[in-house]
Design a binder for this molecule. Structure first.
Ligand code: AMP
Ligand code: ZN
Length: 483
C-alpha cells in the first residue's frame, strides 16, 4: 500500500505572481530554505514576523503530510557583521557568536520549530569558493580591476525575472560592491570581495584561487542551500525558498543568477515572501530605531502565544502595524483560548454525542484546513477558531447540551496546540523579574514557617497576594501562580 498523497496546498509564488498549487520535485519530501538572521545584533520582532510565518508554513506542510527538510542560514559574515565587529573591537566570530546564541533563545521563546540544519556562512567557505570558481569557469563571472570577483548580469538572460526588473534599467558593466542596493540600481554584483583593512582587522578573510577575500552576502545563500540539498536529497532545485519581501531584490534575484548560472537547473520552484511588520506605517528596522526585540517582550512577561496570535491574525502577504493595543488584544485572545480550553477539559465528560457541538467541531476543522491550504490564510483560520469558541461556549451554557465536548477538545488542541498554531497560554507567562521576586518571597516564607514565625509567614503571603500571586502548600513544596 502506498502512503496517502499529501493534501493540496496552494501558495502565492513570487516568480509567477499567482497562487499556485505546491508541486514539490519528489513528494512527500519538501525542501525549504529560509534566509535566516544576520547575527550582527539581536533580531527584532520584524525579523521574527518573517520567521513566524515560515514556522507556520513548515508546520502546515507537515500537517498536510509532507516530509519537510528545513534549512536556515545564519549570516555571520557580511558588510554589517564586519562593521559591527569592527566597532566592538572584536574578531568577527567573537562578535557574532553571542547573537547566534541569542537568536536560538528567542526562537525557543517564540516556539519556532528549529530548522533541520542551520548553516553559518563562515562554515561553508570551501563551497562558496567552489561556486565562484564554477561561475568564473562558465564565463558568467569575472575579476574586476579592483581585485573582487563580480557576476556579469548581462551574461544571464533571465536576470530580473523574479523582481520583474525592467530590462532597460540594466546598465551593462555597472558594478556594485555593497551587499545591499536598490532595485533602481541593477548592476554586476560582488561574489567575492577582495580583502580590505577592515576585513583583515576582524579576521573576515579567506584564501581563494581568485584572491584573498570574503564572500558577498548573496553568494552565501546559493552555496549553502545547494550544498545542503545535494547532501540531503541529491538535487539542485529547492521546492520552496522563503524570506521577507525586502529580499526579492537584490538578494533573491542574485541567488537565482548565481545558482542557475552554475547548475543550469531551476534554483527554486516556489518563491514565498512575507510582508513587513511596521510601526506607524514604517518598516520595523534597526536603522529606523523603531524596533522591539523578542527579549524585550520576554522581559515584559509577554506570552509568546500572544505574539504568535497577533501575527497570525494578519495574512503573511499583508503588512502588520505593531501597536500596544494590538498586542493587548492578542493577549486577551490568548486568555480566552486558555479559558475555553480549561472549560472543555472540565466538561469533556458531558457525554459523547453527534449533536450541535459535533457539527460545530467538524465545520471548524474543515474551515481551518480550507483556509490554510489557500495560501496559508491564517487570519481566516483564526476567525474560524474564535467562531467555534463562541458557538461552543453557547452550547455548553445549555444544561441539556454539551454532548461532544470531548471531540471538541481534541480538535481544539489539534489546531491551537504545539503541533500547529501553538497559541495556547504558557503555564507561567510571568516576567522574569517578577518570577525571581516571587521565588525569593516564597523561600523567605518557607524559612519563616520552618522557624515557626507564622506572623512573618502570613505577612509574606499577604505581600504575594497583593501582587496577584496565589500560593498553595503541597507535599512536594509550595506552588505558586498568578491569579
Ligand atoms: P536580516 O537579519 O536583516 O538578514 O533579516 C532577516 C529576515 O527578516 C529577512 O527575511 C528579512 O526580510 C526579514 N525582515 C527584516 N525586517 C523585517 C520587518 N520589519 N518585517 C518583516 N520581516 C522583516
Ligand atoms: Zn538568503
Amino acid at each position: 500500500m502506498t502512503a496517502p498523497a499529501p493534501a493540496p496546498v496552494s501558495l502565492f509564488n513570487t516568480l509567477t505572481r499567482r497562487v499556485e498549487p505546491l508541486l514539490p520535485l519528489a513528494p512527500p519530501r519538501v525542501t525549504l530554505y529560509t534566509c535566516g538572521p544576520t547575527v550582527w545584533n539581536y533580531a527584532h520582532i520584524g525579523n521574527f514576523r518573517t520567521f513566524l510565518f515560515e514556522d507556520l508554513l513548515r508546520r502546515w506542510l507537515e500537517h498536510a503530510g509532507y516530509d519537510v527538510f528545513h534549512i536556515m542560514n545564519l549570516t555571520d559574515v557580511d558588510d554589517r557583521t564586519i562593521k559591527a565587529a569592527r566597532q566592538a573591537g572584536k574578531r568577527l566570530v567573537e562578535h557574532t557568536a553571542p547573537f547566534t546564541k541569542a537568536f536560538f533563545e528567542d526562537r525557543d521563546y517564540l516556539r519556532i520549530k528549529p530548522a533541520h540544519v542551520y548553516t553559518p556562512a563562515t562554515e561553508y567557505m570551501p563551497q562558496m569558493i567552489a561556486l565562484v570558481s564554477k561561475l568564473l569557469e562558465r564565463g558568467v563571472a569575472y575579476k574586476g580591476e579592483d581585485g573582487s570577483v563580480y557576476f556579469a548580469i548581462a551574461k544571464f538572460p533571465t536576470y530580473g525575472r523574479l523582481s520583474q526588473l525592467d530590462k532597460r534599467e540594466i546598465k551593462v558593466g555597472a558594478r556594485v560592491a555593497s551587499d545591499e542596493y536598490a532595485k533602481g540600481d541593477p548592476s554586476d554584483f560582488a561574489l567575492w570581495k577582495k580583502a580590505d583593512a577592515a576585513d583583515e582587522a576582524v579576521g573576515a578573510v579567506w584564501d581563494a584561487p581568485f584572491g584573498r577575500g570574503r564572500p558577498g552576502w548573496h553568494l552565501e545563500c546559493s552555496a549553502m542551500s545547494l550544498a545542503e540539498i545535494a547532501k540531503c536529497c541529491g538535487v539542485q532545485t529547492l521546492d520552496i525558498h522563503a524570506g521577507g519581501i525586502d529580499l526579492i531584490f537584490p538578494h533573491h534575484e542574485n541567488e537565482i543568477a548565481q545558482s542557475e548560472g552554475a547548475t543550469g537547473q531551476p534554483f527554486a520552484r516556489h518563491w514565498v515572501h512575507g510582508e513587513f511588520l511596521n510601526v506607524r506605517g514604517t518598516k520595523m528596522s534597526k536603522r529606523h530605531g523603531n524596533f522591539l526585540t523578542a527579549r524585550d517582550l520576554r522581559e515584559q512577561g509577554v506570552d509568546a502565544a500572544a505574539v504568535r496570535l497577533l501575527f497570525f491574525q494578519t495574512h503573511y502577504r499583508a503588512p502588520v502595524d505593531f501597536t500596544d493595543e494590538a498586542l493587548e488584544g492578542a493577549k486577551e485572545g490568548v486568555r480566552r483560548l486558555g479559558e475555553f480550553h480549561e472549560r472543555l477539559k472540565r466538561e469533556e465528560g458531558r457525554g459523547k454525542g453527534d449533536g450541535e457541538i459535533a457539527e460545530l467541531t467538524k465545520k471548524f476543522e474543515d474551515d481551518v484546513v480550507t483556509a490554510l491550504n489557500d495560501d496559508l490564510n491564517a487570519p481566516r483560520a483564526v476567525a474560524a477558531l474564535f467562531d467555534f469558541v463562541r458557538a461552543t461556549n453557547r452550547e455548553l451554557d445549555n444544561p441539556k447540551g454539551g454532548g461532544g465536548a470531548a471531540q471538541a477538545l481534541a480538535a481544539f488542541e489539534r489546531v491551537t496546540g504545539a503541533d500547529l498554531l501553538d497559541i495556547l497560554p504558557s503555564e507561567r507567562a510571568v516576567a522574569p523579574a517578577l518570577a525571581r521576586w516571587v521565588e525569593e518571597r516564597v523561600a523567605a516564607r518557607n524559612q519563616a514557617r520552618k522557624s515557626k514565625d507564622f506572623k512573618a509567614a502570613d505577612a509574606i503571603r499577604a505581600e504575594l497576594v497583593a501582587r496577584g500571586v496565589e500560593i498553595e502548600d503541597t507535599p512536594t513544596g509550595t506552588k505558586w501562580r498568578l491569579g
